[in-house]
Design a protein around this ligand. Structure first.
Ligand code: GDP
Ligand code: CA
Length: 332
């Protein structure tokens, strides 16, 4: 069974780790094969280093090296370099790079400078964290550098754009956003194997990731949306909103500027052209909430309280995918 997952950072990484737990153990006939397509819109250059927050969260989580409480960054991290940089007045002061984490960014920046693509760099980092041994291939959505910007009011009554990370991390998404723009996206092309991984998958999964600034960015890479519409695989998603609220983060502040209802149903609407199955919380049961027609909606407790909870959620997504596969096979 070939599974392709489109993922942001923390929600995507936790769900994917749960998926690996939920998949049956490797059989000689049918080893699981999971391709994770990661968001690169959050990427940023800081103190000369290329940082890819969502790819790194996926690497550290699947590699068993993540700070579990925080959900991102390395466990047992120290910040000696960051404190020294602050003493030198080298910013930004709102984004701390841990010492161990810095090694990742140093290596990535060096390899990129040597001419490797982001895909090739990511493959090296994935090898460091043992992803291939787990049957996981991690692909950036695109090798073209892209950056999500947020357009907000400026002091003079006009508008200004700031990097998504500054809006999210420094301002906690509290500056009302007018819109999101993605520098470089129109000229970007999907990274090698991304479109093929969607088209040739048996099942495509959308974890509970931010629908606008994580999944939405991946969907904006030319060709991705068409591949999702065209794939024979069922596409099954998990709502990142429970009872109209994000579990963590500020998905609500990202949906409002799009004029999309902040609900499991509103998010499903963003995917309506390709989504087949949708897992929602019991608070958003299809008995009480309307969903796009033709969508197979199933409700359960959507909270990933721990790794077991994530495996349970991923297991439910697999089951819905299998049921949809059965229905497709039945159609002949
Ligand atoms: P980020 O890049 O770190 O922001 O992570 P993602 O793009 O993966 O998005 C995080 C999204 O996942 C947010 O909208 C959260 O509401 C959602 N989320 C986080 N934890 C859970 C959970 O346990 N269950 C569900 N259903 N959604 C979650
Ligand atoms: Ca992110």
């Amino acid at each position: 069974m070939q599974i392709t997952v489109l993922a942001g950072g923390v929600g995507g990484a936790r769900f994917t780790r749960g998926l690996l737990d939920a998949l049956p153990p490797d059989g000689p006939d049918d080893p699981p094969s999971v391709t994770v397509v990661g968001n690169t819109g959050d990427d940023i250059t800081l103190v000369g280093l290329r940082v890819c927050p969502d790819l790194d969260t996926l690497l550290y989580t699947l590699g068993g090296a993540v700070d579990e409480a925080q959900g991102w960054g390395r466990a047992e991290e120290t910040t000696a370099v960051a404190r020294e940089l602050a003493a030198l007045g080298v910013g930004p002061e709102w984004f701390t790079l841990g010492d161990r984490d810095l090694a990742t960014h140093l290596a990535r920046t060096r390899w990129l400078a040597q001419g490797l693509t982001l895909s090739q760099v990511t493959e090296r980092l994935a090898a460091r964290w043992g992803l291939p041994q787990q049957g996981v291939r991690l692909l950036p959505a695109t090798d073209t550098p892209i950056e999500t910007h947020v357009v907000v009011d400026d002091e003079e009554g006009g508008e200004r754009a700031l990097h998504f990370q500054e809006w999210w991390v420094r301002h906690h998404a509290a500056l009302p956003a007018h819109r999101f723009t993605v520098a470089g996206l129109a000229q970007a092309s999907a990274a090698p194997q991304v479109l093929d991984a969607i088209r040739s998958a048996d099942l495509v999964l959308l974890p509970p990731s931010n629908p606008v600034v994580s999944i939405g960015i991946i969907l904006g890479v030319p060709g991705v949306r068409e591949a999702l519409r065209g794939t024979r695989a069922p596409v099954v998603g998990v709502s990142p909103l429970l009872g109209g609220r994000p579990v963590r983060g500020h998905a609500d502040a990202c949906l409002r500027p799009l004029g999309v209802e902040v609900s499991a149903s509103g998010v499903a609407g963003l995917y309506a052209d390709f989504l087949d199955g949708w897992l929602v919380d019991t608070a958003d049961d299809p008995g009480t909430v309307d969903y796009p027609s033709g969508l197979r909606v199933r409700s359960l407790d959507l909270l990933m309280r721990d790794q077991e909870g994530a495996a349970r959620l991923a297991g439910a997504a697999l089951e819905l995918g299998r049921d949809l596969l059965g229905a497709t096979a039945g159609r002949g």
